[in-house]
Design a protein around this ligand. Structure first.
Ligand code: ADP
Ligand code: ASP
Ligand code: MG
Length: 438
């Protein structure tokens, strides 16, 4: 059994939805994980923000605009009046549901319930399309088996047990359709796996059933060696390892959700990235197999803050670093990069939620300085210590960029550099020119 996840653009228009049918109707049983139609999650978040801000009339307008967009989708997607009628009823039930939240007390939980409409709509519309075409399939509600724990981490055991139980209800169906992204939290409320989370669903579900392959279908031929949104002439990588893909995804390569490689890596399930618009292209294969190359790819992660703590005493005195990290742990804030000197330590975080509290607590230990609007550039390649000569090339490429921190030696696969976000595009282009463009 394989997993096939289709992202927002891949199901973004009625024609695109129709075009994925031949891709999923092969011999092997498939679990089809769908995202919301492109733009929908953003629109639903905007509606939630308007409700939150008490801008009722604007929220109603936006909800109605989205309802009409979906009416058009239903018109173009189906060919019979019965299917269209069913489609209109479906979308009305979802947009009426959103309408009921407008002008009521609103919390983050309501926002999650609204945002979940995107994936609930796309999967129901697609399932009905298959039925209209006479293709058998089962629609499994992700809210029956996807669950995160109280720390927001997926509960792999729960997911595996419940997904297998749901699957067992449909032993004869060759196509199983389910929602990406959405889940329940530890209290049973509707929640999600954060932006881009459908990739994570695909990988978690793949791990749950030990799938033969996890396919991520998107709008580009595969993993590129640099961010195509900011750099021209990027090239597709045909094979990369789990470790390399995980580093790139974690450090900002948007093509994969930051955590999505882990379940596949732990269960040694190959991940294939494919282009829905160009299905004959082989795409990128991600496996445990590492092919060392001096430089493979570059990615950048924005929204980073750096915290510099200067101790009054010698930093390495017993227990100082432990006390620093305990503060981050107390606020459940993971750290990305760390560098130390005799009396100071610099730490980066990508989650600013508790930054003020962390800063206040750290002040008990020494003087503290926080700088926002930073980006981490991650270069993936061969950084095994037995190799010489890689670092000079990178720093030569970046000799016009202000470098704030360097992390080297933590991973044999990568080197990370902290810079001001305003320099990111220039840095990505310089690295492209020096490392790949010869
Ligand atoms: P989907 O909606 O299918 O999940 P995403 O927009 O989340 O698609 O991810 C695909 C996009 O990721 C590409 O269109 C591309 O702009 C962007 N991207 C960023 N870095 C990379 C990279 N290294 N390789 C390929 N695509 C990348
Ligand atoms: N629809 C969600 C998002 O836009 C999840 C996903 O596309 O993977 O973030
Ligand atoms: Mg995505």
């Amino acid at each position: 059994m394989k997993i096939m996840k289709f992202g927002g653009t891949s199901v973004g228009t009625p024609d695109r939805m129709k075009s994925i049918i031949p891709l999923i109707t092969g011999d092997e049983k498939v679990v089809v994980v769908l995202s919301a139609l492109s733009g929908t999650t953003n629109s639903l978040l905007e509606i939630s923000e308007l409700i939150y801000a008490g801008k009722t009339a604007e929220a109603v307008d936006k909800n109605e605009i989205l309802r009409s967009k979906y009416k058009q989708v239903v018109n173009d997607l189906y060919s019979t009046d019965d299917s269209r009628k069913e489609g209109f009823d479906l979308i009305n039930s979802h947009f009426d549901y959103i309408g009921e939240f407008i002008s009521k007390a609103f919390t983050k939980l309501h926002e999650k319930a609204i945002v979940a409409r995107g994936e609930l709509l796309s999967t129901a519309l697609f399932h009905n399309l298959l039925r209209e075409r006479g293709i058998r399939s089962a629609l499994l509600p992700a809210l029956n088996f996807m669950r995160i724990d109280k720390d927001g981490e997926p509960d792999a055991f729960y997911i595996a047990e419940n997904f297998k139980r749901e699957l067992a209800l449909y032993p004869d169906e060759k196509i199983i359709v389910t929602q990406g992204f959405i889940c329940r939290n530890a209290f049973g409320e509707t929640d999600n796996l954060k932006r881009g989370g459908s990739d994570f669903t695909a990988s978690l579900v793949g791990a749950a059933i030990n799938a033969s392959e996890i396919q991520i279908w998107t709008d580009i031929n595969g993993f590129h060696n640099n961010d195509p949104r900011f750099v021209k002439n990027t090239k597709v990588l045909r094979e990369i390892s789990f470790d390399e893909a995980a580093e790139l995804a974690y450090f900002g390569a948007k093509i994969l959700h930051p955590s999505s490689v882990n379940p596949a890596r732990q269960n040694n399930i190959p991940v294939r990235l494919k282009n829905t618009m160009n299905p004959d292209d082989e795409g990128t294969l991600i496996t445990a197999n590492a092919i060392w190359e001096d430089y493979k790819a570059v990615a950048a992660k924005d929204g980073i803050s750096v915290i510099r703590i200067k101790s009054d005493r010698m930093l390495m005195a017993y227990g100082f670093i432990r006390k620093v990290f305990e503060i981050f742990e107390a606020y459940k804030t993971p750290v990305d990069m760390v560098t130390t000197s005799e009396v100071s330590v610099s730490i980066t975080v990508d989650n600013p939620q508790y930054l003020k509290q962390i800063e206040a607590d750290l002040k008990e230990l020494g003087s503290v300085e926080v700088e926002n609007d930073q980006s981490i550039i991650c270069v993936v390649g061969d950084f095994r210590t037995e190799r010489t000569g890689s670092a000079p090339e990178i720093f030569e490429a970046l000799d016009t960029i202000h470098i704030k921190m360097i992390s080297y030696g933590a991973s044999p696969h990568s080197l990370s550099i902290l810079i001001d976000s305003k320099d990111k595009v220039q840095a990505l282009n310089l690295l492209n020119k020096y490392l790949f463009d010869q």
